[in-house]
Write a protein that binds this ligand. Structure first.
Ligand SMILES: Nc1ncnc2c1ncn2[C@@H]1O[C@H](COP(=O)(O)OP(=O)(O)O)[C@@H](O)[C@H]1O
Ligand SMILES: [Mg+2]
Length: 235
C-alpha cells in the first residue's frame, strides 16, 4: 500500500457563526487523485483554502509526515502543497510569464523552474509574452495550473477547473491533468462536472453542508444512488 501524503483529522472551518466545514477526515495517498464533490456551499473551497493555510482551521492537517495545521501559506507551498484557486485568479494585465513567476518560491532558480515547466507544458512557450487576459478561458486555466506547478508540488489542489468552460475545452484541461497524473502528481479536484471527475479520479469524497457525507472509490460513487439523485436529478 502506498504512503499517506495528506490526512485531515476533524478538520473544521468557521466564518464567525457559519460552520463551513464540520470535522472532516480526508486521506490522500501518494500519487492518488481525489475528487471532492458537493453542492454549492458544501464547504469544498473552504476545505482547500484551509489545507494551504489561506484560512484558519480547527483540527489537524498532516502533510508528508508533518503537522501543517495553520502554517503560513508560503511555508505550506514550499513543502509541496499548492492550490489552483476557483476562478483561476490570474493577474489579467500581466503576461503569462509574469503570472508564472508569481508561483515561483522565493530564492528559487527561476530559469530551471521554467525549463522544467515548459518541458511538461510546451504549449506555454509561445504564450509567455502574451497578456493573460487575452488568453481563452481554457488557456487561462492551463496557466493557473502551470503557476501552481512552479512550486514543484507533491499534491495539487484544484478548485473547479471546468468552471465556465465549454465541454471541448474542459477536455483539454483534463488532458493536461491526465499528463500530470501520469507523472505521479497527487491531486484533489473540486468539480461540478461530477461524472467527468469520477471517471478521472481514483477515489472521491462528497460533502454536504460541511460534512463528508459519502466516500469511496470513484466507481462506487459513480454507481451510488445518492450521487445520482443529488447530481443527476433522479436515479
Ligand atoms: N469568506 C466567507 N465569509 C463568510 N462565509 C463564507 C465565506 N466563504 C464561504 N462562506 C460560507 O461557507 C460555506 C461554504 O462555502 P464554500 O467553502 O465556498 O463552499 P463550496 O466551495 O462547496 O461551494 C457557505 O455557507 C458559504 O456561504
Ligand atoms: Mg467553491
Amino acid at each position: 500500500m502506498s504512503k499517506t501524503l495528506l490526512s485531515t483529522t476533524d478538520l473544521s472551518v468557521s466564518y464567525g457563526a457559519v460552520k463551513a466545514v464540520r470535522g472532516s477526515n480526508l486521506v490522500v495517498k501518494e500519487g492518488e487523485v481525489i475528487a471532492l464533490l458537493g453542492p454549492n456551499g458544501a464547504g469544498k473551497s473552504s476545505t482547500l483554502r484551509a489545507l494551504v493555510g489561506l484560512i484558519k482551521s480547527q483540527g489537524r492537517i498532516e502533510f508528508d509526515g508533518q503537522d501543517i495545521s495553520n502554517l503560513p501559506t508560503e511555508r505550506v507551498v514550499s513543502m509541496g502543497l499548492s492550490l489552483v484557486p476557483e476562478g483561476r485568479r490570474l493577474f489579467t494585465n500581466l503576461t503569462v510569464r509574469e503570472n508564472l513567476l508569481l508561483g515561483a518560491p522565493r530564492n528559487a532558480k527561476v530559469g530551471d523552474l521554467f525549463d522544467d515547466l515548459l518541458q511538461r507544458l510546451p504549449i506555454l512557450k509561445e504564450r509567455l509574452g502574451q497578456i493573460s487576459g487575452t488568453l481563452s478561458g481554457g488557456e487561462q486555466q492551463q496557466v493557473a495550473v502551470a503557476r501552481a506547478l512552479m512550486s514543484k508540488p507533491k499534491l495539487l489542489l484544484i478548485d473547479e477547473p471546468s468552471l465556465g468552460l465549454a465541454p471541448t475545452i474542459v477536455d483539454s484541461v483534463y488532458q493536461l491533468l491526465n499528463d500530470l497524473k501520469k507523472t505521479g502528481l497527487a491531486m484533489i479536484i473540486v468539480e461540478q462536472e461530477v461524472m467527468r471527475v469520477l471517471k478521472f479520479a481514483d477515489r472521491a469524497y462528497a460533502m454536504s453542508t460541511g460534512e463528508v457525507a459519502l466516500e469511496g472509490s470513484s466507481e462506487q460513487l459513480r454507481n451510488s444512488d445518492e450521487i445520482r439523485k443529488v447530481y443527476l436529478g433522479g436515479a
